[in-house]
Write a protein that binds this ligand. Structure first.
Ligand code: ADE
Ligand code: ZN
Length: 371
């Protein structure tokens, strides 16, 4: 098998194919962020813009109007190529686009069909295990009830194909009180495969330290804890995530690279980062793949999983992320080791992880790949 140990070395087609067939895991994947583009086109056609926009609060309409990727979709959504929407010049523009798409999910059936479409896409990519992040409040705000949402989470999760666990994104932009209320409402319905919580959204306005009570409550309930930190904000937000929220994993966390003491802490305490390189570049958190901190963090012994975050919004797949990591100078056996991290750092029992890891080992053996 061809090696790709230095940057700019072309990746061999064999390695791409090897990765495509490999059993893989995603630990940082937002449900709506993974919707097939055709599925969203269908919703754009299904719902007249007047109906949808009638529900958007004025302050959000003003924000949507500010961005030239969203503006055309406010007038005649079906007249614009769908890919026009998925282009951003800033993290805030991405977040606005992400929120914009939520208004097109108007019934429990839309939500259920979204899960089915995402499951089918993941299965086709040989993703055998996924922890999928769901921002429930965005669907509750659309009038879908918590009972309908949890029923859809429960009923779709046992279908054949990718094994799914749910992570509730309590959406930091709704503020500490509302996130606690959303968690309580969720716990009252208790979806079977709920394994943890995270907070997505605007880190600048709502840094981790504000959510201490939320995380204490989730911990009491036995949920696993992750949070988006060290993405838009610097290393201090990662320290706060660890020391105040007591998270077990960090979503992104790449700006930890700015603080050598933090890097050592993450490595020594074996705290995994859920790394999503293309997301970081497209939201302008990182300049380019060449300067992405993934290789430094990996070389320093920080546990890592590789993920796509919002593959439809960032035009990527997990195999693409591996190939980008390859061109960052990470060699093939380390790519496979990082992919194994997707199982090792999952929020599931050890014996379940061992089964997935054995599946990965068998696959490598069948392809004469040793690492
Ligand atoms: N919601 C969806 N993707 C996100 C990201 N990368 N950061 C924060 N919130 C998000
Ligand atoms: Zn994310």
């Amino acid at each position: 098998m061809t090696s790709c140990t230095s940057s700019n070395t072309p990746v061999s087609p064999d390695f791409r194919e090897f990765l495509a067939g490999m059993p893989k895991a995603e630990l940082h994947l937002h449900l709506r962020g993974a919707m097939p583009p055709g599925f969203f086109s269908y919703l754009l056609e299904k719902y007249p813009p007047k109906l949808v926009l009638g529900d958007v609060p004025k302050r959000f309409l003003d924000i949507f109007n500010r961005y030239d990727n969203i503006r055309p979709f406010l007038k005649s959504p079906t007249a614009v190529p769908i890919q026009t929407l998925f282009k951003y010049c800033s993290f805030d523009q991405f977040l606005a686009t992400y929120l914009f798409t939520s208004y097109f999910f108007r019934t429990a059936a839309d939500f259920r069909n979204l899960i089915k479409a995402v499951r089918s896409e993941l299965t086709s990519q040989n993703i055998v295990y996924a922890e999928i992040t769901v921002s429930l409040i965005e669907y509750l705000n659309q009038g879908i009830t918590m009972e309908e949402l949890t029923l859809a989470l429960d009923e779709t999760a046992d279908e054949p194909g990718v094994e799914v666990m749910w992570i509730a994104d309590l959406v930091r932009n709704t503020g500490p009180l509302k996130t606690l209320e959303t968690l309580d409402r969720l716990l009252a319905c208790c979806p079977r495969r709920l394994v943890g919580i995270t907070l997505g959204g605007n880190e600048h306005q709502f840094p981790p330290a504000q959510f201490e009570s939320l995380y204490a409550r989730a911990r009491e309930e036995g949920l696993h804890l992750s949070v988006h930190a060290g993405e838009a904000l610097g290393p201090l937000s990662v320290w706060d995530a660890l020391e105040i929220l007591k998270v077990e994993r960090v979503g992104h966390g790449i700006r930890a690279v700015e603080d050598p003491t933090l890097i050592t802490h993450l490595a020594e305490h074996k705290i995994p980062l859920e790394i999503c390189p293309t997301s970081n570049i497209q939201t302008q958190v990182c300049r380019d793949y060449e300067s992405h901190p993934l290789p430094s963090l990996h070389a320093a012994g920080v546990p890592i999983s590789l993920n796509t975050d919002d593959p439809t919004f960032f035009h990527t797949t997990l195999v693409d992320e591996c190939l980008h990591a390859c061109t960052m100078g990470i060699d093939e056996s380390d790519i496979v080791a990082i992919l194994a991290g997707g199982f090792q750092h999952a929020f599931i029992p050890k014996d379940r992880k061992a089964i997935f890891l054995q599946q990965l080992k068998n696959y490598c053996g069948q392809h004469n790949f040793s690492n």
